[in-house]
Design a protein around this ligand. Structure first.
Ligand code: AMP
Ligand code: ZN
Ligand code: FE
Ligand code: FE
Length: 286
């Protein structure tokens, strides 16, 4: 069994990189990809631990991108996974990620201000204590729960943090084509994450979106994911076939942030065979 989609404390997961590697060993994972949001720090830190316990560790990343104005569904949020990027990643790739992180920090300051205006006086220090170098909305949600402004994580999003909610402030995010292009120029393979979250209303719409992303250089699609039922898996397998996309899969493990999602097995719906990774590697060599 393998897991190609996981998060550590370097983004919004709660397992430290070394803990994640140990957990992977305990459940007998043959391969693990760390795909933190917009950074490689977790992967960097995990390489040593993985070497010690003989785990096949794959370099990955998950970029938050947006559909550009010129395309249909402009403004829609799309997550792009990147695998097998150059190790270490080039200086220009890292510099670009630093820009994204600066934009995130700027958004966080504005989000604190907006919440204060709405009568929710939490501080940047409080959220940064939870989120450290990659503070994001999940950490805001945690603080809102801890301080009793909302009763649970989802309510924090529904009332304040969701794109349609009162406190939402935008941050500068790369477009889908730029995300794909950055991954490919880092010699990685660009994969559409959890396609079920594209949230399209009818199949024709989904087809157009995915065809457009393929035109932009998309190379793979995440067929196996915690949020995908068996009918989704079949559907996305067929799309992969139709568009010549490589197939990937993973749990999207976030530790205690999403306690029902287990490493390797998701919500009990996953058991991704090693061949998926082997085929992915072959598709890079081809
Ligand atoms: P950020 O990158 O800081 O804007 O936070 C994005 C993260 O917030 C996503 O990866 C999700 O984990 C979480 N998130 C965004 N919208 C929602 C929502 N409506 N409900 C629950 N979690 C959400
Ligand atoms: Zn996340
Ligand atoms: Fe995602
Ligand atoms: Fe993820």
């Amino acid at each position: 069994m393998i897991d190609l989609h996981t998060h550590t404390t370097a983004s919004d997961g709660t397992f430290k990189p070394s803990q994640l590697v140990s957990a992977a060993g305990e459940i007998g994972l043959e391969a693990l990809a760390i795909t933190d949001h917009d950074n490689f720090l977790g992967y960097d830190e995990a390489t040593l631990a993985a070497g010690e316990n003989g785990l096949d560790l794959v370099c990955g990343i998950e970029l938050s991108t947006r559909m550009p104005r010129t395309a249909s569904h402009h403004g829609k949020s799309v997550h792009i996974l990147g695998y097998f990027l150059d190790e270490p990643p080039s200086d220009s790739f890292r510099a670009w990620l630093n820009q994204i992180q600066d934009a995130r920090r700027d958004r966080n300051r504005r989000l604190i201000e907006r919440l204060r205006e709405l009568g929710v006086p939490i501080t940047l220090e409080e959220v940064q204590e939870v989120g450290r170098n990659m503070t994001g909305r999940p950490h805001f949600a945690k603080v809102l729960v801890e301080k009793g402004y909302v009763t649970n994580y989802q309510e924090a999003f529904d009332l304040y943090l969701d794109e349609s909610a009162r406190a939402y402030v935008q941050r500068l995010e790369p477009s889908v084509p730029e995300g794909i292009w950055r991954i490919r120029s880092g010699n990685g393979i660009a994969v559409l994450a959890h396609p079920v979250r594209l949230n399209v209303r009818e199949p024709g719409e989904e087809d157009r979106l995915i065809r457009w992303m393929c035109d932009q250089g998309l190379q793979g699609i995440e067929v196996y994911h915690t949020d995908h039922g068996p009918e989704h898996e079949l559907h996305y397998l067929a799309l992969a076939e139709k568009y010549g996309l490589a197939v990937t899969g993973g749990s999207d493990f976030h530790g205690d942030l999403k306690p029902r999602v287990k490493l390797g097995t998701g919500k009990g719906n996953l058991a991704i065979p090693r061949e998926v990774l082997e085929r992915l590697r072959d598709s890079v060599r081809a």
